[in-house]
Design a protein around this ligand. Structure first.
Ligand SMILES: Cc1cc2nc3c(=O)[nH]c(=O)nc-3n(C[C@H](O)[C@H](O)[C@H](O)COP(=O)(O)OP(=O)(O)OC[C@H]3O[C@@H](n4cnc5c(N)ncnc54)[C@H](O)[C@@H]3O)c2cc1C
Length: 433
């Protein structure tokens, strides 16, 4: 019997260390340095964060998503899920543990498709936590449909010249390099006509027009860049993978990234349940605790049920990735987790906020950020609707049409078949009467 929901005792000890370390040492950074986790370490953050990163390394937990060939422990996705659900409670934790998006996905594709020289120049510093990276795909006029992208890369001798605009390129302002998706052959299908380039962020012509902020961020705090690539010249060696391979590379990258977001979301939603339950047991109104009111009990039960289902599904999907080692084969379940994730976080955070009354909607509690985060998750790495289409298409492939007028499960048809199957017995029964 191979189904097993237990964690190995030795690994559970590691998880306990992570829980305590994140709670005691890392979460305070979120309060002292909000919105700064993706800024290069400076005189203020460096002296605090670097020793923490060393502690994580000493525990053998740095870059938990990486295989041994890249300097990680090769935990696999299931163990990573158990780690990431803890790291999801803090915006600094992924930086302290070397598992922050979009760097994880970017590292994955350079490891997979990069040349030795590209790995040395870009991958190693990224894995060491020495720099940030950016993934620049969405354009101002088109996001969900990459076949509409127009940013163009044209060969000019030994160089490529990139022109166009990209939107919501996260962390471009602090990245050392940017992975840019551009059209290299407009005469073939977009699936064969786009390529990826590794572009140092300080290349002349990489112009950040503005850094768009999310809700709650002040004007100067935004980190999602509108970039104008204005005659950006890069050498031929800047091409990542082969010419026309952008779609294949993007799928490799986004598969892992999506499930990692789902893992971290479990931790965040659990935090909202913890807050909801504490409040339910601490606050009374009209003669009884909130936790004794049936509406609030309903909030708690629904939240518990929703998160349990989601968590088991994410862990199962992580197990599938380990088992099959093939993102394509697990595509339907990764997309399903991506579809469910924003709703789970939104619903639970919303109920927890409601149970906290006015305090809940104030900026003295973290619920607004969670709810906005849920909305962002419904867009980042592709909108929910597009992933629903993927799920449905994949699922439909597992079925085939009936050529009968009536559905296979049509009861009169099945009854007739059942009667025919047991005709002899039925006649016998009748005969005995
Ligand atoms: C926090 C955050 C970080 C991001 N980081 C990056 C990044 O680092 N790099 C990057 O390149 N991009 C990034 N993005 C952009 C993200 O990938 C896009 O927002 C996403 O692909 C959707 O594109 P769009 O915003 O242009 O929406 P559109 O493509 O305009 O779609 C708008 C809406 O239309 C509906 N819709 C679209 N297509 C369909 C369909 N086929 N069927 C039914 N309904 C549909 C959906 O409701 C969708 O939300 C980020 C986004 C967010 C929110």
């Amino acid at each position: 019997m191979a189904w097993d929901f237990e964690t190995e005792p030795e690994f559970e000890l590691k998880l306990e260390w992570i829980r305590q370390f994140v709670r005691d040492k890392v979460e305070p950074l979120d309060l002292i340095f909000p919105h700064r986790s993706f800024h290069p370490l400076d005189d203020e953050t460096g002296p605090l964060v670097r020793p923490m990163q060393q502690e994580v390394r000493d525990q053998g937990l740095w870059g938990a998503h990486l295989g041994p060939e890249l300097g990680g422990k090769g935990f696999g996705q299931l163990k990573l899920a158990l780690i990431n659900e803890i790291l999801g409670t803090s915006s600094w934790a992924p930086i302290v543990f070397g598992t922050a998006a979009p760097d994880t996905g970017n590292a994955e594709i350079i490891a997979h498709y990069g040349t030795e020289a590209q790995k040395e120049k870009y991958l190693q510093p990224l894995l060491n936590g020495e720099c940030f990276s950016c993934y620049s795909m969405t354009e101002p006029h088109a996001g969900a449909d990459p076949t509409m992208f127009t940013t163009r890369a044209v060969k000019d001798g030994d160089e490529w010249v990139i022109n166009g605009y990209k939107f919501f390129s996260s962390n471009a302002r602090t990245a050392r390099f940017i992975i840019v998706m551009a059209v290299t052959d407009p005469d073939v299908s977009a699936y064969q006509g786009m390529s990826m380039f590794l572009v140092p962020a300080d290349t002349p012509g990489v112009n950040i027009v503005r850094n768009v902020g999310l809700d709650g961020e002040r004007d100067n705090e935004g980190s999602h860049a509108l970039i104008h690539y204005d005659n950006v010249r890069v050498p031929a060696e800047a091409l990542l993978g082969g010419e026309g391979q952008a779609f294949v590379i993007a799928q490799t990258r986004l598969g892992g990234g999506r499930i990692h977001h789902a893992m971290r979301t479990i931790g965040l939603a659990q935090k909202a349940i913890d807050m909801m339950c504490e409040r339910a047991l601490s606050r009374s109104t009209q003669g009884s605790l909130l936790g004794d009111k049936q509406f609030v009990q309903g909030f708690i039960a629904d939240s518990y049920a929703q998160l349990k289902q989601f968590r088991l599904f994410v862990l199962y999907t992580a197990w599938e990735i380990d088992e099959y080692n093939d993102y394509k084969r697990v595509r339907k379940d990764i997309a399903t987790a991506k579809v469910v994730m924003p709703t789970v976080l939104h619903d639970i955070a919303w109920r927890a906020m409601q149970v906290h009354g006015a305090l809940g909607v104030s900026n003295e509690m973290p619920f607004n950020g969670m709810i906005h985060g849920a909305a962002s998750m419904g867009l980042a790495d592709g909108p929910t609707e597009v992933h629903k289409v993927t799920v449905a298409r994949q699922l439909l492939r597992e079925y085939k049409a009936t050529d009968d007028l009536w559905p296979t499960e049509h009861l009169p048809k099945k009854l007739a078949a059942a009667k025919a199957k047991y005709a002899e017995y039925l006649e016998h029964e009748v005969g005995n009467l």
